[in-house]
Design a binder for this molecule. Sequence first.
Ligand SMILES: [Zn+2]
Length: 432
Amino acid sequence: MGSAKIDSLVSVDDVAAHLRLLGAIRTYLRTLLKLRHIVFIDGAFRPTSSGQLLFARSAYRLKLWIENVLRPSFELYGPRQGLDEPELPPFDVLVMLHSYMLHPRSFYEDTIRVYPELALLSGFPLTQVSEQINDLMEYTPTAKQVAFWEFATGEVFVAPFSTAHYDTFKIICPSCTHPVVAHWTDTSSDVLSASDLSVQCKDCKLQLTDPVLSVAAFLKDIGRSVSGQGVGVAGTLLSAEGKFDLERSTAITSKIATAVDFQKIKKLPLGDAVRHLQKHSHSMFEDIEVEFLSCYGNPGGFSLDLGNAVLRQGSFASTMFHAGWTEPAFPSEAPSTIAESIKRYRGFLELTMKEQAPIGPTSEIDLVWHTHQLSVNYREDLMELFGWFLDHIDVAPEEVLASAFSNASDVWEKAFGTPYDGYFEAKVFRRQ
Ligand SMILES: [Zn+2]
């Protein structure tokens, strides 16, 4: 292993910038808590129905940012250019992007399958964003940024915390490709509902609902793949090692096409195709092992539910906050704690490499790991070091995480002769 390589992966400044971002994420979630968009139950944040709506709107705003801000720049300049200051999006969008990138496998797949313009990013804009966060851990955008966002997307900059009957968004009809205007809330009642879309396309009369849209996206991907014009369905693009493998994706997608009787249902009106799939999907997918249907039907067309991903990161931000690590003075007064955490992350990588499987991370290792995932080279770094791609899974069952962690303690103590856990807990930072 090149230890020079492993030494240069994450810097103290990167981690400090990330901590500042986590501080601001916590401020943002505090506001959502106060407004009852989210609640804290059984040790986790959960969205209320108004919170689900709010996250659906943020996912839509992220999609608008990708299409209206990233796309033109990407077409001009190509990948990894990074962002100019006016291109930085509002904070709710940044929070979604942050959680999105912490699912490196999905993010990378979506960059190939759905939103190639995401490749414009040169990692998460950690330094730029952290410089815009004040000592009260609030995000403070510039006037140029606000003006550019509003011009490019037609949306207000600060995400509205409430939704009115007249607030709308645009869907492209999957059947006739005409734009359809939909309301975020049901106009006939005060009940906010993010998940009960029902609007008719004025041109082709198709009733657009969430199942119709997700099945349409799924069938479109199948159609593109079987006609040789694109990659396969979500969840099939990367090999187990994390390499993009078009041949594999095409082969699995063709198997799925047969299983769903694609040649027949592609001739049906979309509404009927949906009903057909719903009725038969259990038997259809029995012999296909790929988890792909959950990748369709998320707000914004992303292959995961970003609202829930944000809330999982919210819990992590709370952990950092309660240990005092998001205090503005922490990086300057405790730089050795950050440096030591980075060292421990290197140990984590070495052992993961040795074990050929990720060992359960402690909080300070997780922090550095997340910071690394936000960098533009995360995937390549890991491929170079391991020959396979270490994905970040934060939704594994509790008992799986617990056993990964107890295994980690043993392996760590044997390898380095120091205790694995307890480091983070011992480094609580005193608040001013
Ligand atoms: Zn239509």
